[in-house]
Design a protein around this ligand. Sequence first.
Ligand SMILES: C[S@@+](CC[C@H](N)C(=O)[O-])C[C@H]1O[C@@H](n2cnc3c(N)ncnc32)[C@H](O)[C@@H]1O
Length: 277
Amino acid sequence: MKKPDVELEAINPLSRIFKKAVINPLANYLPARLLKKFLADGKSELALANWQDPGGWRSMVISYNGNPEKTWDKIMVNGGMVPMALRNRRKIGAACIAELLDNAAHRPAHAVCLGAGPGHIITDAMLKAEKDCRATLVDISSDAFEYGRKLAREKGLENRVTFLQGDVREVKDRITERVDLVKMIGICEYLSDSQITSIVETISQIMPEGAALVCNSISDSHGTDRFFRRVFGLHMIHRSPEKLKSFFEPAGFADWRVYPEPLGIYTLMIAKKGGQS
Ligand SMILES: C[S@@+](CC[C@H](N)C(=O)[O-])C[C@H]1O[C@@H](n2cnc3c(N)ncnc32)[C@H](O)[C@@H]1O
């Protein structure tokens, strides 16, 4: 698979130095109480979404949409490294998944998306794909699917998308259709090692040999983990691509390909069940 041909967001070296020397220390070390008050007084929707559900799908959607109303959100969503990297991850993810769906051995190709949220990435990919495909979206949050159904309808995909509410570790018996691809984008960084291990066990049982896995690692090079933990209550677990691979390899996932986005925060990772190690 060649490098996805999509336009991605990057920042120039001077802005990077300014963020590192000025913005990040302020965000990381100003008293959390003060920063939370600024955000609450400014009615930041991004902060509110994280306070209600740290790492939930709503904060992703605010970052994806990129056009918030509130001043603090404009600063964070348009200038923050992580929201930019999230938009990059969405574009790379959709391009890679579209190609994998088109190259799948069966029709319609079937993707199972774990921790899918409302399904922005998979529905982008399905629109990009040229061949027949469908998707099952699994998420623990029921309100993700209210929004997801609306999104699928707007994209004309409502008849090709199935929503399954539940814990990703407990839905395997409800997935009866052959699986060509499992997508785990935006979920591993919120899971402990033992949770990932148990998801790997689950997907190994539903994925036939040759099926594709798409996931992502996250690096702490954004430099604002202390801000996310103290102010948003967001506890992400940063793992290198090598570390993330180590959960999947014992279950026979191989032929890894990795696509870092230009900000160096997320790396999109693709493997094949039963590929060559
Ligand atoms: C950060 S959002 C990512 C959404 C989407 N994958 C994306 O990248 O845009 C993480 C999603 O995983 C879901 N989630 C977290 N743990 C889960 C679990 N054990 N089972 C099912 N869904 C889970 C959350 O409800 C949330 O919608």
